[in-house]
Design a protein around this ligand. Sequence first.
Ligand code: PNS
Length: 163
Amino acid sequence: MSETSKNSAVCPGSFDPVTRGHQYIFDVAAARFSELVVTVMVNPNKKGLFTIDERVAQLTAVTAHLPNVRIATWEGLLVDFARHEGIGTIIKGLRNSVDFEYEIPMAQMNRDLTGVETFFMLTEPTLAHVSSSLIKEVAKLGGDITDFVAPEIKTALLNKLAE
Ligand code: PNS
């Protein structure tokens, strides 16, 4: 593994859509790694609200101020993406103990499979209740999501729901 890839990390997720909670994690992680690869994990069995291309465009927009962030997509095991890119660190945000319980087996499995380590970050406390699925539900039912997503994501979500 090269010096550069040693200091690279991957932040994986569905990002359907990206929230301010995700953005907080990107900002903090990008300041601590030489490169952060935000990767949309493609799950062929799960049809999201936004297409993968739309999610990539949204992630590109909300990380435009971070020169060391790159957006990627991957279908398959996350550890295979990490190996493909020569990345040894996965970044995951934790909002609460439910996230923790859900993430621990995946982190252990990913370590067992390839030795890739998972670093956990606490989310911004004011965003600990924010999830993509809750945002979609609130928006569908006419609630105001301004505080929880970037303006361009709010517009994209309202447009999508109006289709
Ligand atoms: O945003 P999400 O949906 O909570 O992200 C979960 C995700 C996509 C990061 C996780 O399900 C994942 O890593 N999937 C890729 C497939 C994989 O590697 N599965 C084995 C995990 S041990």
